[in-house]
Design a protein around this ligand. Structure first.
Ligand SMILES: Cc1cc2nc3c(=O)[nH]c(=O)nc-3n(C[C@H](O)[C@H](O)[C@H](O)COP(=O)(O)OP(=O)(O)OC[C@H]3O[C@@H](n4cnc5c(N)ncnc54)[C@H](O)[C@@H]3O)c2cc1C
Length: 402
């Protein structure tokens, strides 16, 4: 019998964590470990809003797998996965078919359009590094090539969760500079955030979310409450809280209204899933296929007490847990205790030097929140690439040149 094959699908927070864990802790002769991802680099999805606004360069955001992974221990294949057949233990990609003994599904999220007309056609999304670059190019050209069309300087951000708020705030903090560089009257620019409920950032308590909203209003960001029912090339139609339809005009629409799991999961037909997130047991395995582990935004736990909102923090902890269990399995040891998420806190950035959050149950805001946000991002880079990568790619109070 040859060495078992471990396939890890997706090089995000969950998948890359497992790959680096196995590189460090699994003896080479125990298994062939392969990471398959659609790009040959990792990027922090938590920083996509900065790439989209142009305050963090895409060049800096790429962490190439070949620079972190030792090919003698973990192989890398660049491919886009299309479907999985757990009966034949095969994964099908655009470029090939791959067999496995153990599989980890860590394919992340895709924006959820909820079937709303025009979202796919007319909205920018924060999904991948490439989608963030597309949005950055659009913002740049709308300012640089501004003629006299006022709608070119109007932005509608659909959604008031983390992604929508962090993006709108980052853009809000850059308007002065963009207008100054391009000689544009600042009063022509409008950023409107459409929120379903009155409370933005629903993961926070009412006080913290009110504080975040106050900071956003100070940046000049407007809020409109309502359900988006259609997106068009020149704006969105919403149903406001009185049930009246409103047409909000803008030539830039950014869809940040929710995410679901990867389409690979629903295409594969074998998995029980909710919004394309696979239902897993307390060991993060697919109950019917115990040789398949699922982490991050691809997973949803069946036990209510370990049901958690999908975040990078959760994906990272799940990745480490599965990495440990794979090492245990291959060393003929029993599995670790069931997975428990240790929630250390959540920080939402409001631009680069401000923020709001809760850390170890204590509410924080301002510079300290911004500092902790940068600390969290840097800790992640440190965990996969060490101090040298933090110095090259890290987030600091004073930005280095992009
Ligand atoms: C703008 C923004 C801000 C956010 N801020 C925060 C925050 O502050 N804190 C927080 O905890 N969370 C935040 N999140 C959520 C967080 O980013 C996700 O929960 C996290 O990325 C999930 O990790 P993951 O490993 O499941 O997936 P990802 O990190 O998305 O990784 C998925 C990987 O799979 C690859 N992939 C996808 N499809 C395929 C395919 N078909 N074939 C091959 N490879 C594929 C992708 O290229 C990627 O490498 C934010 C998200 C966004 C968009």
């Amino acid at each position: 019998m040859g060495r078992p094959n471990i396939l890890i699908l997706g090089g995000g927070y969950g998948g890359f964590k497992i790959a680096t864990y196995l590189q460090k802790y699994l003896q080479v002769d125990k298994a062939n470990v392969t990471l398959i991802s659609k790009h040959d680099y990792h990027y922090q999805t938590t920083l996509l809003h900065k790439v989209a606004v142009g305050t963090y360069s895409a060049r800096k955001a790429r962490i190439f797998f070949r620079k972190i992974l030792d090919s003698n221990k973990v192989s890398f294949i660049k491919d886009t996965i299309l479907r999985i057949n757990p009966e034949s233990k095969q994964v099908f990609g655009e470029r090939g078919c791959y067999s496995y003994d153990y599989l980890v599904i860590a394919l992340g999220f895709v924006p959820n359009t909820f079937g709303i007309k025009g979202v796919d056609e007319f909205c920018y999304k924060l999904e991948t590094l490439n989608s963030a670059i597309r949005l950055r190019n659009n913002i740049e050209s709308k300012f640089k090539d501004f003629d006299s069309e006022p709608l070119d300087l109007r932005f509608v951000v659909c959604g008031s969760g983390f992604t929508g708020i962090e993006f709108a705030a980052e853009l809000g903090t850059q308007i002065d500079e963009l207008c100054k560089i391009c000689g544009i009257d600042k009063s022509l620019v409008k950023i409107i955030c459409v929120s379903r409920g009155e409370q933005i950032l629903p993961m926070f308590n009412a006080g913290d979310s009110k504080l975040a909203k106050h900071k956003m209003l100070k940046l000049g960001i407007e809020f409109i409450q309502g359900d988006v029912i259609e997106c068009k090339s020149d704006g969105v139609i919403i149903k406001n809280k009185l049930g009246v339809l409103e047409d909000i005009k803008a030539n830039n629409i950014i869809w940040c209204a929710g995410v679901k799991g990867s389409g690979v999961i629903s295409n594969s037909t074998y998995f029980e899933h909710k919004d394309s997130r696979i239902l897993v047991d307390e060991f993060l395995r697919v109950p019917k296929y115990p040789n398949i582990f699922v982490v991050g935004d691809s997973a949803i736990c069946m036990k209510r007490d370990i049901l958690n909102a999908p975040t990078a923090q959760l994906a990272n902890q799940m990745g480490e847990y599965v990495g440990k269990n794979l090492v245990n399995i291959l060393n003929d040891k029993s599995l670790s205790k069931p997975f428990v998420f240790k929630h250390k806190g959540t920080v939402c950035s409001i631009g680069h030097t401000d923020g709001v959050g809760v850390v170890f149950h204590i509410s924080i805001s301002g510079e300290i929140a911004a500092f902790l946000k940068n600390f969290i991002e840097n800790k992640w880079i440190f965990s996969i690439g060490g101090i040298a990568n933090v110095l090259k790619k890290g987030q600091f109070r004073f930005r280095s040149s992009n």
